[in-house]
Design a protein around this ligand. Structure first.
Ligand SMILES: [Zn+2]
Length: 226
């Protein structure tokens, strides 16, 4: 983009901001930055932490990091994004994911790491029009310099939504459900696997097993919510 066009788009953004000030997606308080959450809501919901891998039996995962709870406004926004085609809900969730800084996530990736989103099935992708994980995390990964591998993984078959099932059914539902499309892409690389939600960890574990089988040196996981 040329300098004057960049300047013009900055002026336009500033003018729009005056006419349509931004609001916190959780409480509606005015905020200075588009898609931002207010400080009070962030204090409530920003809870970056590591999940216990042994407890979840995630043998192929080196580390699993989450950023917030799957509850309240995060749950509502994600639900709208995934099941009501509210694509605009992705912007405040991406802003939230963007808060994760290098200090919090130190060791989750290095120079040879590739970012791989957990895929949605072809049918669901056609119906929804997007993979919500890409809308939430691709920009953040690019800003960190982690190459984004959109089509690295795909679902071998349609699976039921994990949240509809009990623990045993979840394991069966997702078993061997993922395939690495181009193993030569991941061979010799570490992978940062990203998803919107992690619950039991079965989806991450199955994806990680497929990636390790394809030659990935290590797999770390990052989810927005748990
Ligand atoms: Zn708020």
């Amino acid at each position: 983009m040329t300098a004057w066009r960049r300047q013009a788009s900055e002026w336009l953004a500033a003018a729009l901001q005056l006419v349509f000030p931004s609001h916190c997606p959780a409480c509606g308080a005015a905020v200075d930055i588009p898609d931002a959450w207010c400080v009070d809501c962030l204090r409530e919901l920003w809870r970056p932490r590591r999940l216990d891998l042994t407890e979840r039996n995630m043998a192929h995962v080196r580390r699993c990091q989450v950023l917030t709870d799957y509850s309240g406004p995060v749950r509502l926004l994600l639900h709208g994004l995934k099941f009501q085609r509210r694509r605009a809900n992705a912007a405040p969730l991406a802003w939230l994911a963007g808060l994760a800084d290098e200090a919090e996530l130190a060791g989750l990736w290095d120079n040879d790491t590739l970012a791989v989103p957990v895929p949605v099935s072809a049918g669901r992708l056609a119906e929804r029009g997007y993979n919500q994980v890409t809308l939430i995390f691709a920009g953040w990964c690019r800003r960190q310099g982690i190459p984004w591998q959109e089509d690295c993984l795909s679902r071998r078959r349609a699976t039921l939504p994990q949240w509809e099932l009990d623990r045993r059914q979840r394991a069966e539902n997702i078993k061997d459900a993922f395939v690495v499309n181009a193993p030569e892409t991941v061979r010799g690389h570490s992978v940062l696997l990203v998803d919107d939600i992690v619950t039991t960890g079965r989806t991450f574990e199955e994806c990680a097993a497929a990636l390790r089988e394809a030659g990935a040196t290590a797999v770390s996981c990052l989810a927005l919510a748990n």
